[in-house]
Design a protein around this ligand. Structure first.
Ligand code: NAP
Length: 292
């Protein structure tokens, strides 16, 4: 397939690389153009603007940070919408608000372009290994056209409903991640404070009912008190904002998510916003008197 790919950050770069390696014709664009170079060296085309990346693309993938950034790359000056041909499919894979995505879907439908919200879970490891979980909202027929491409990126591709539903599923995911990471950090702080062999204890509890992706993949970093990327604290804070806004509109209280959002606001204020979201453990450790 002819694919345009916009946004080559932690997630976008390995995802575009996988599509290239699977034999697709991929044209990439990144705001900081130098980030296109490693992919160009592996055979990707380069586009000077989002509009150029969209030209002749059967599928356009966007993987940028937040709602205003997706607005900018799709509808801003030299935005992709101006380059898309009728019949193209936009795979919007960033995590943004469900309402915003519905409005983008409606705008693109006017030019006979189908937008699928297809946010992902599984971290940078999942992007590299093609093991992401992808939750898709929009027209099911459009999903069937792009499913082979999504299967290069993810091990589960799940249709969850009309436009915006994928982003609601992702908000659920981020609420669950918030609670899990906070609980993992608290459990490990307890073991550290008690002075037991926490690495052995970590191995033991990982195999039982407390086992989770966060415990297995981020627990060791929490024990070392180092938080390499990963997934930035500031991006998870953005996602909890989406979840809390969505919940407020529905009248649903999310006290654990609200608590973790406050921890993350403090981390960002203190300059830790670009660490991995497992840095929640910094605060938990400090509160336990484990770190200054
Ligand atoms: P990232 O490493 O911070 O990369 C962000 C990318 O977006 C960069 O390519 C950046 O370009 C581009 N960008 C940001 N604002 C832009 C704008 N206004 N115009 C054009 N380009 C813009 O972020 P990431 O970790 O790859 O995350 C991307 C999306 O995936 C986010 O929505 C995030 O919530 C979601 N996500 C991330 C993970 C994870 O584990 N990292 C997991 C699941 C979902 P520059 O290079 O020029 O800055």
């Amino acid at each position: 397939m002819r694919i345009g790919f916009i946004g080559l950050g932690t997630m976008g770069e390995p995802m575009a690389a996988r599509l290239l390696d699977a034999g697709h014709a991929v044209t990439v664009h990144n705001r900081t153009r130098a980030r296109e170079e490693p992919l160009a060296a592996r055979g990707a085309g380069r586009a000077a603007t989002p509009r150029e990346a969209a030209r002749a693309a059967e599928v356009l993938c966007t993987m940028v940070s937040d709602t205003p950034d997706v607005e900018a790359v799709l509808f801003g000056e030299d935005g992709a919408a101006a380059g898309l041909e009728p019949g193209a499919v936009v795979l919007e894979m960033s995590t943004i608000g469900p309402e915003a995505v519905r409005s983008m879907h409606a705008r693109l439908a006017e030019q006979h372009v189908s937008l699928l919200d297809a946010p992902v879970s599984g971290g940078s490891e999942g992007a590299q290994q093609g093991t992401l979980s992808i939750m898709v909202g929009g027209e099911e027929a459009a999903l069937e056209r792009v499913r082979p491409l999504l299967e290069v990126l993810g091990k589960t591709v799940t249709y969850v409903g009309p436009s915006g539903a994928g982003q609601v599923a992702k908000a659920m995911n981020q609420v669950i991640v918030a609670g899990t990471y906070a609980a993992v950090a608290e459990g490990l702080a307890l073991g550290l404070a008690a002075g037991i062999d926490v690495e052995a204890a970590h191995r033991a509890v990982s195999g039982g009912a407390a086992g989770s992706w966060g415990l297995t993949n981020r627990g060791p970093n929490m024990l070392r008190n180092t938080y390499p990327l990963g997934f930035r604290v500031r991006l998870h804070r953005k996602d909890l904002g989406i979840a809390l806004d969505t919940a407020a509109a529905l009248g649903v209280p999310l006290p654990v998510a609200a608590y973790v959002a406050q921890l993350e606001t403090g981390l960002i204020k203190r300059g830790f916003g670009d660490e991995d979201v497992s840095a929640i453990a910094r605060v938990v450790r400090e509160q336990a008197g484990l770190e200054s």
